[in-house]
Design a protein around this ligand. Structure first.
Ligand code: IMP
Length: 206
Protein backbone atom coordinates (compact mmCIF):
# COMPACT_ATOMS: atom_id res chain seq x y z
CA UNK A 1 0.00 0.00 0.00
CA UNK A 2 1.47 3.35 -1.06
CA UNK A 3 -0.67 5.81 0.87
CA UNK A 4 -0.44 6.07 4.60
CA UNK A 5 -3.61 6.17 6.71
CA UNK A 6 -4.06 9.53 8.48
CA UNK A 7 -4.25 9.23 12.27
CA UNK A 8 -4.81 12.38 14.33
CA UNK A 9 -3.66 12.42 17.94
CA UNK A 10 -6.17 14.26 20.12
CA UNK A 11 -3.52 16.00 22.21
CA UNK A 12 -1.30 19.08 22.10
CA UNK A 13 1.27 17.42 24.38
CA UNK A 14 4.43 17.05 22.25
CA UNK A 15 5.81 14.37 24.60
CA UNK A 16 2.79 12.15 23.97
CA UNK A 17 2.98 12.85 20.21
CA UNK A 18 6.66 11.81 20.05
CA UNK A 19 6.07 8.69 22.15
CA UNK A 20 3.13 7.49 20.07
CA UNK A 21 4.77 8.33 16.73
CA UNK A 22 7.88 6.35 17.71
CA UNK A 23 5.88 3.34 18.83
CA UNK A 24 3.84 2.98 15.66
CA UNK A 25 6.51 4.11 13.21
CA UNK A 26 6.58 0.63 11.62
CA UNK A 27 2.89 0.81 10.72
CA UNK A 28 1.49 2.60 7.62
CA UNK A 29 -0.05 5.52 9.53
CA UNK A 30 0.68 9.19 9.02
CA UNK A 31 0.62 10.55 12.57
CA UNK A 32 -0.87 14.06 12.66
CA UNK A 33 -1.41 16.49 15.50
CA UNK A 34 -4.56 18.53 16.10
CA UNK A 35 -2.37 21.60 15.52
CA UNK A 36 -2.43 20.67 11.81
CA UNK A 37 -6.22 21.15 11.73
CA UNK A 38 -6.95 24.84 12.40
CA UNK A 39 -10.20 25.35 14.29
CA UNK A 40 -10.24 21.76 15.56
CA UNK A 41 -12.40 21.75 18.73
CA UNK A 42 -11.27 20.19 22.01
CA UNK A 43 -13.28 18.11 24.45
CA UNK A 44 -13.80 19.82 27.81
CA UNK A 45 -13.50 16.35 29.46
CA UNK A 46 -16.96 16.76 31.02
CA UNK A 47 -17.53 13.17 32.16
CA UNK A 48 -16.96 11.38 35.46
CA UNK A 49 -15.04 8.43 33.95
CA UNK A 50 -11.76 8.27 32.06
CA UNK A 51 -13.31 6.11 29.36
CA UNK A 52 -16.13 8.54 28.59
CA UNK A 53 -13.64 11.42 28.51
CA UNK A 54 -11.24 9.53 26.23
CA UNK A 55 -14.13 8.59 23.91
CA UNK A 56 -15.29 12.21 23.79
CA UNK A 57 -11.77 13.53 23.08
CA UNK A 58 -11.34 11.05 20.20
CA UNK A 59 -14.83 11.62 18.76
CA UNK A 60 -14.61 15.44 18.78
CA UNK A 61 -11.31 15.32 16.87
CA UNK A 62 -12.16 12.39 14.56
CA UNK A 63 -15.48 13.94 13.51
CA UNK A 64 -13.86 17.31 12.80
CA UNK A 65 -10.84 15.91 10.90
CA UNK A 66 -12.81 13.04 9.28
CA UNK A 67 -10.00 10.56 10.00
CA UNK A 68 -8.99 7.99 12.58
CA UNK A 69 -8.34 9.75 15.92
CA UNK A 70 -6.49 8.47 18.99
CA UNK A 71 -7.09 9.92 22.46
CA UNK A 72 -6.25 9.02 26.04
CA UNK A 73 -7.38 10.01 29.51
CA UNK A 74 -5.40 9.07 32.57
CA UNK A 75 -5.11 9.62 36.29
CA UNK A 76 -3.83 8.45 39.67
CA UNK A 77 -5.92 6.23 41.97
CA UNK A 78 -5.02 5.76 45.64
CA UNK A 79 -6.65 2.95 47.61
CA UNK A 80 -6.44 4.70 50.98
CA UNK A 81 -8.24 7.72 49.47
CA UNK A 82 -11.03 5.54 47.99
CA UNK A 83 -9.67 5.96 44.46
CA UNK A 84 -9.02 9.73 44.63
CA UNK A 85 -7.76 11.83 42.90
CA UNK A 86 -8.99 9.63 40.01
CA UNK A 87 -10.62 11.37 37.10
CA UNK A 88 -10.01 14.69 38.89
CA UNK A 89 -6.22 14.13 38.95
CA UNK A 90 -5.42 17.28 36.94
CA UNK A 91 -7.41 19.49 39.31
CA UNK A 92 -7.32 17.65 42.66
CA UNK A 93 -6.34 20.80 44.60
CA UNK A 94 -8.94 22.91 42.77
CA UNK A 95 -9.32 24.70 39.43
CA UNK A 96 -5.98 25.97 38.10
CA UNK A 97 -3.99 23.83 40.58
CA UNK A 98 -0.32 23.24 39.72
CA UNK A 99 1.25 19.76 39.70
CA UNK A 100 2.88 20.68 43.01
CA UNK A 101 -0.43 21.84 44.59
CA UNK A 102 -1.92 18.48 43.63
CA UNK A 103 0.82 16.23 44.98
CA UNK A 104 1.15 18.33 48.16
CA UNK A 105 -2.55 17.77 48.79
CA UNK A 106 -2.08 14.02 48.29
CA UNK A 107 0.84 13.97 50.77
CA UNK A 108 -1.26 15.87 53.35
CA UNK A 109 -4.21 13.50 52.95
CA UNK A 110 -1.90 10.47 53.19
CA UNK A 111 -0.11 11.78 56.28
CA UNK A 112 -1.82 9.32 58.65
CA UNK A 113 -1.64 6.31 56.30
CA UNK A 114 0.65 3.43 57.32
CA UNK A 115 3.56 2.32 55.08
CA UNK A 116 1.84 -0.95 54.11
CA UNK A 117 -1.39 0.79 53.03
CA UNK A 118 -0.05 3.25 50.47
CA UNK A 119 -0.80 1.33 47.27
CA UNK A 120 -1.69 3.36 44.20
CA UNK A 121 -1.93 2.97 40.46
CA UNK A 122 -1.88 5.12 37.37
CA UNK A 123 -4.35 4.15 34.71
CA UNK A 124 -4.76 5.21 31.11
CA UNK A 125 -7.76 4.61 28.90
CA UNK A 126 -6.99 4.93 25.20
CA UNK A 127 -9.62 5.19 22.47
CA UNK A 128 -9.17 4.86 18.72
CA UNK A 129 -12.16 6.26 16.84
CA UNK A 130 -13.28 6.62 13.22
CA UNK A 131 -16.17 8.89 12.09
CA UNK A 132 -17.83 5.84 10.50
CA UNK A 133 -18.53 4.81 14.11
CA UNK A 134 -15.82 2.16 14.49
CA UNK A 135 -13.84 2.38 17.73
CA UNK A 136 -11.45 0.42 19.94
CA UNK A 137 -10.49 0.95 23.56
CA UNK A 138 -7.64 -0.24 25.77
CA UNK A 139 -6.54 0.16 29.39
CA UNK A 140 -2.96 0.40 30.67
CA UNK A 141 -1.96 0.39 34.35
CA UNK A 142 1.17 1.03 36.40
CA UNK A 143 1.21 -0.04 40.06
CA UNK A 144 3.21 1.58 42.84
CA UNK A 145 2.89 3.35 46.20
CA UNK A 146 2.61 6.90 47.48
CA UNK A 147 5.93 8.06 48.94
CA UNK A 148 6.01 9.97 52.23
CA UNK A 149 8.03 12.84 50.70
CA UNK A 150 8.51 14.13 47.15
CA UNK A 151 11.75 13.07 45.43
CA UNK A 152 13.20 13.68 41.96
CA UNK A 153 12.57 16.30 39.30
CA UNK A 154 11.97 14.36 36.07
CA UNK A 155 8.58 13.75 34.49
CA UNK A 156 5.42 15.62 35.43
CA UNK A 157 2.25 15.48 37.53
CA UNK A 158 2.42 13.10 40.48
CA UNK A 159 5.77 11.55 39.45
CA UNK A 160 7.69 12.97 42.49
CA UNK A 161 5.45 11.08 44.95
CA UNK A 162 4.85 7.86 42.97
CA UNK A 163 7.15 5.27 44.50
CA UNK A 164 8.23 2.14 42.61
CA UNK A 165 9.29 -0.39 45.30
CA UNK A 166 11.09 -2.63 42.80
CA UNK A 167 13.24 0.33 41.65
CA UNK A 168 13.57 1.91 45.08
CA UNK A 169 12.86 5.28 43.45
CA UNK A 170 10.03 7.60 42.58
CA UNK A 171 8.98 7.97 38.95
CA UNK A 172 10.52 11.46 39.00
CA UNK A 173 13.92 9.88 39.75
CA UNK A 174 13.81 7.80 36.55
CA UNK A 175 15.00 8.93 33.12
CA UNK A 176 12.06 9.55 30.79
CA UNK A 177 13.06 6.59 28.60
CA UNK A 178 12.94 4.33 31.68
CA UNK A 179 9.55 5.70 32.74
CA UNK A 180 8.20 5.20 29.25
CA UNK A 181 9.05 1.49 29.38
CA UNK A 182 6.79 1.09 32.42
CA UNK A 183 4.10 3.67 31.91
CA UNK A 184 0.34 3.18 31.84
CA UNK A 185 0.21 5.11 28.51
CA UNK A 186 2.80 2.82 26.91
CA UNK A 187 0.87 -0.24 28.04
CA UNK A 188 -2.42 1.12 26.68
CA UNK A 189 -0.73 1.92 23.38
CA UNK A 190 0.91 -1.52 23.16
CA UNK A 191 -2.56 -3.06 23.48
CA UNK A 192 -3.79 -0.72 20.72
CA UNK A 193 -1.12 -1.83 18.22
CA UNK A 194 -2.97 -5.03 17.14
CA UNK A 195 -6.04 -2.90 16.32
CA UNK A 196 -3.91 -0.50 14.27
CA UNK A 197 -2.39 -3.49 12.47
CA UNK A 198 -5.86 -4.85 11.76
CA UNK A 199 -6.96 -1.48 10.31
CA UNK A 200 -3.87 -1.25 8.11
CA UNK A 201 -4.49 -4.79 6.83
CA UNK A 202 -8.14 -4.10 6.01
CA UNK A 203 -7.29 -0.81 4.23
CA UNK A 204 -4.53 -2.46 2.18
CA UNK A 205 -7.05 -5.06 0.93
CA UNK A 206 -9.38 -2.39 -0.55
P1 IMP B 1 -4.13 13.24 31.22
O1 IMP B 1 -5.54 12.78 31.15
O2 IMP B 1 -3.16 12.29 30.59
O3 IMP B 1 -3.94 14.64 30.74
O4 IMP B 1 -3.72 13.21 32.79
C1 IMP B 1 -4.51 13.83 33.80
C2 IMP B 1 -3.66 14.06 35.04
O5 IMP B 1 -3.25 12.80 35.59
C3 IMP B 1 -2.38 14.83 34.78
O6 IMP B 1 -2.59 16.20 34.86
C4 IMP B 1 -1.49 14.35 35.92
O7 IMP B 1 -1.77 15.05 37.09
C5 IMP B 1 -1.93 12.89 36.12
N1 IMP B 1 -1.05 11.99 35.34
C6 IMP B 1 -1.38 11.27 34.23
N2 IMP B 1 -0.32 10.57 33.79
C7 IMP B 1 0.69 10.83 34.66
C8 IMP B 1 2.05 10.40 34.73
O8 IMP B 1 2.57 9.64 33.89
N3 IMP B 1 2.77 10.89 35.77
C9 IMP B 1 2.27 11.74 36.68
N4 IMP B 1 1.02 12.21 36.65
C10 IMP B 1 0.22 11.75 35.65
Amino acid sequence: MKNKIPLVLATRNSGKINEISAMISGLPFEVLSVEQFPGCPESSEPFSTYLENAKDKAKVVGDFCQTWALADDSGLEIQALQGAPGVLSARFAGPGATYRDNWEKVLREMDHVAANQREARFCCYMVLYHPSGKSFQTLGEMKGEIATTAQGNQGFGYDPIFWLPERNRTLAQLELSEKNKLSHRTKALELMVPHLEEISRSVSQI
